[in-house]
Design a binder for this molecule. Sequence first.
Ligand code: TYD
Length: 211
Amino acid sequence: MAHGRFITFEGMDGCGKTTQLRVLAADLRARGLSVTETVEPGGTEIGQQIRRILLDPANTAIHSRTELLLYFASRAQNVEQVIKPALAQGGLVLCDRFTDSTLVYQGCGRGLPAATVLQLDGIACEGVRPDLTVLIDIDLETSLARARKRNQHNDLSESRIDDEGNHFHESVRAGYLALAAQEPERFVVVDGRAGVVEVTRRIAEALHDRV
Ligand code: TYD
């Protein structure tokens, strides 16, 4: 059976991964490759509904285990409906966030055990794992400055997770860098402060070497 490639994009809010994912998808399509773009949480109609619950700033009462299960509920649907079928046809799947986000946000940020996160990953993803993960690394200052800029035209915060304090986001960043150090063959780490064009160039270079 044909098996495509699964590439995920990770990083803190404002790191620019969504922009980079789109640029890469357009570039790969221009080369004639079959590319599917998806996002977590979301990516499917059901996932979009779950996403609204997860990110609604009013939902402060969500327990961390509820939050964890909802991220994986969205992911299970995305894996079944979008990711597995595209990979089975030999396509490239680019996903904006995946289980590494859960490991760092719910694991490192909220303090849930990594073993629990991985156990749920086994249930939700049934062995679908990224072949390559692009981590766009930015420091907390850059992340906050970009979030402020993005939100300056509306009074509302963009999401419930954005409302977490500095300690939470420092843990997230440290968690990402630790994951990348653990699995250097899967991760490509790019400095997100380098500017859009330069970050694109570095990602393309790394992909050319690996995919
Ligand atoms: P989103 O608006 O997609 O953020 P970004 O544009 O930075 O990707 O919102 C996703 C938020 O959900 C983001 O703050 C990270 C968080 N998140 C988790 O906490 N756990 C997860 O498993 C995933 C996929 C995302």
